[in-house]
Write a protein that binds this ligand. Structure first.
Ligand SMILES: Nc1ncnc2c1ncn2[C@@H]1O[C@H](COP(=O)(O)OP(=O)(O)OP(=O)(O)O)[C@@H](O)[C@H]1O
Ligand SMILES: [Mg+2]
Length: 585
């Protein structure tokens, strides 16, 4: 990870706005932690007191008193440690929910070009795993680390007061074990990373294959797919097995060293002193108990520190997403759009990347109330023109104007609400037909939805469904046909009653009945509206006021259907080809 190192306080500053509202929760949690650490220190001290004083004095009442005290302290520390976990976890969960909400809210505002560059599945997986890591910062990490560090200092202080000579002997040993263990963890972390990578590889393969299930089954490639997934998981399994051998083997050795060796050393150093009466048995027990309780968590400190570093990197990565410039940052126009006369493309040049021009010096006009059709070969720039009209991308040269005012000066959201967009890849949300028509816009009444549905002649189809308008659509509308999808997206554009209808016809062919239905709908709707249609079907262009014939990013011919039949050989060929196809069908 080549992340630049940042100061600890830098991350605290990043986190602060999210914790601000819940400072009470944080302080209560930390306070509970402080008390718990204090109580943990107390356990061995009470035992020592009983052993050193009450027993030699044969003072039974005092023994009972301290016995009860011991029980109370154990119970209380159990209760408080439960409380601290609950409080801090709750804080972690709250913060992470806020985080994800904020990230999603920000994603919604990002410009379309950004999504083109981003593998979305990967992005979402990353946000998920990063969020979990940030959550761990509050729940597991802070509790273990802060609690243990506090406890360590407490232990050190008490031991030093009770017997500084033994403490000075023991401490170098403690430090050596911690350093040794941290080397082991760093060595192992290399393997953990490789395991994670191989695991991601297996998951990615399975996701790809599940998404392409139809292709796999159609081509009968199940065996190949299984072999590939198995090979990937085998390589992960081998590494994982090897790592766990090393991990648990070395942990056992360390456990032995710390649990047995420390006791031996403590007894070796203190036994002569106990015999000479310089050290009490109680002190000996305090030492052994403390070392037992302290050493294992301390060994994990370097592991925890690494986890914290990773959490911080995750934190930064998530917050970087929320820092990306939004559409509002990029489109600063404020003029409210008024469309009375015409939209013009004036010498528009556009490239998605560098100087790879997709549109070259394109000029045309869309007069109010007219229907303009865009036709031409695949990749000639039709969808691109439509995207520019909606303001999804800025043009590089030339301009698009609405009644003479450049698109860049218009308030982009107000402009988009004027446009009813029917995309080439129709997107339907998992949800009811009703929700898909009005797309979470409660201003669109059920009556408007019903009217729109009846204009596109989907009412019979919908009434035949058991739940009517409330019938659920599957993900991406997989449970309805291509034509029905188009009609639903038509109804969507109608229900919003947009001034301008922009339709990018689906390239996939649909049956003649549905085509006729769409055709009738288009005639009805387009009669009163301004319409821009990217047309793949002949029927869609016949009634257009003007047809623009695109070829390799340029308009090579324009005019009505009858004009183009005379003037353009290419257009005539296109029409003949379609007629031929229709005759065959
Ligand atoms: N998001 C994108 N990023 C980069 N290049 C793109 C992008 N979308 C389209 N292109 C490229 O721009 C060119 C024009 O594409 P466009 O989608 O406008 O074609 P089209 O005329 O709509 O074609 P079709 O009839 O197949 O829908 C193509 O060469 C395409 O590869
Ligand atoms: Mg297209």
């Amino acid at each position: 990870m080549a992340e630049p190192k940042q100061k600890f306080t830098y991350y605290l500053k990043l986190l602060y706005p999210f914790v601000k509202k819940d400072l009470g929760l944080l302080f209560f949690g930390l306070f509970a932690m402080l008390i718990t650490s204090g109580l943990r220190l107390l356990h061995p001290l009470i035992l020592a007191r009983i052993i050193d004083r009450s027993i030699p004095d044969k003072n039974m009442p005092e023994m009972y008193k301290y016995g009860l005290f011991f029980v109370a302290v154990v119970l209380l520390s159990g209760l408080l440690s439960y409380l601290q976990i609950v409080l801090l976890s709750r804080l972690g969960i709250k913060i992470i929910t806020k985080f994800k909400g904020e990230v999603f809210r920000h994603l919604l505002k990002l410009p379309i070009p950004w999504f083109n560059k981003q593998p979305v599945g990967e992005l979402i997986a990353r946000v998920e795993s990063d969020s979990e890591r940030v959550k761990a910062l509050f729940s597991d990490l802070s509790i273990t680390i802060i609690g243990n560090v506090l406890f360590f200092f407490g232990v050190f202080a008490v031991l030093f007061v009770r017997n500084w000579q033994i403490t000075i002997y023991i401490m170098p040993l403690v430090v050596v074990s911690i350093v040794g263990y941290s080397f082991l963890i760093r060595y192992l972390s290399k393997f953990y990373r490789q395991i994670r990578e191989r695991y991601a590889n297996v998951t990615a393969k399975i996701t790809d294959f599940v998404q392409g299930m139809q292709v796999i089954q159609a081509l009968n490639k199940q065996e190949k797919v299984i072999a590939e997934v198995e090979a990937a998981s085998l390589s992960k399994r081998i590494l994982e097995t090897r790592t766990s051998f090393i991990e648990y083997g070395s942990q056992s050795i360390f456990m032995f060293i710390t649990n047995v060796l420390f006791v031996i050393v403590i007894i070796k150093i203190s036994a002569p002193k106990v015999i000479a009466g310089a050290v009490t048995i109680g002190t000996l027990i305090v030492f052994i108990q403390y070392i037992y309780q302290m050493i294992w968590p301390l060994m994990h400190i370097s592991e925890n520190v690494m986890q914290i570093q990773r959490s911080f990197v995750s934190l930064k990565r998530i917050l970087e997403l929320t820092g990306l410039p939004t559409e509002e940052d990029e489109f600063r126009g404020t003029t409210m759009p008024v469309f009375q006369h015409e939209i013009r493309f004036e010498n528009v040049w556009f490239a998605y990347k560098d100087e790879e021009w997709v549109l070259k010096d394109v000029s045309f006009s869309i007069p109010k109330g007219k229907t303009i059709a865009l036709v031409g070969a695949s990749g000639s720039g039709k969808t691109t023109s439509v995207s520019l009209l909606c303001g999804f991308y800025p043009v590089q040269k030339g301009k698009i104007t609405v009644d003479g005012i450049p698109l860049t000066e218009l308030e982009f959201r107000a402009w988009r609400t004027k446009i009813g967009l029917i995309l080439q890849d129709i997107f339907l949300f998992p949800g009811s037909i009703l929700e898909n028509v009005r797309v979470y816009n409660d201003n669109v009444s059920i009556e408007q939805v019903k009217e729109a549905v009846s204009i596109v002649q989907l009412d019979d189809f919908i009434e035949a469904l058991p739940m009517g308008l409330d019938s659920e659509l599957a993900e991406r509308g997989q449970n309805i046909s291509q034509g029905e999808k188009q009609l639903i997206s038509f109804a969507r554009a109608l229900a919003f009653n947009s001034e301008i209808i922009v339709m990018d016809e689906a390239t996939a062919s649909i049956d003649p009945q549905t085509e006729a239905k769409i055709q009738r709908t288009m005639q009805k709707v387009f009669a009163h509206k301004t319409a821009v249609v990217v047309a793949h079907r002949l029927t869609s262009v016949l009634d257009a006021d003007e047809i623009l014939f695109f070829s390799a990013g340029e308009i090579v011919a324009r005019g009505s259907h009858s004009e183009l039949m005379k003037s353009s050989d290419d257009y005539r060929k296109l029409v003949e080809l379609q007629l031929l196809k229709q005759e065959k069908a």
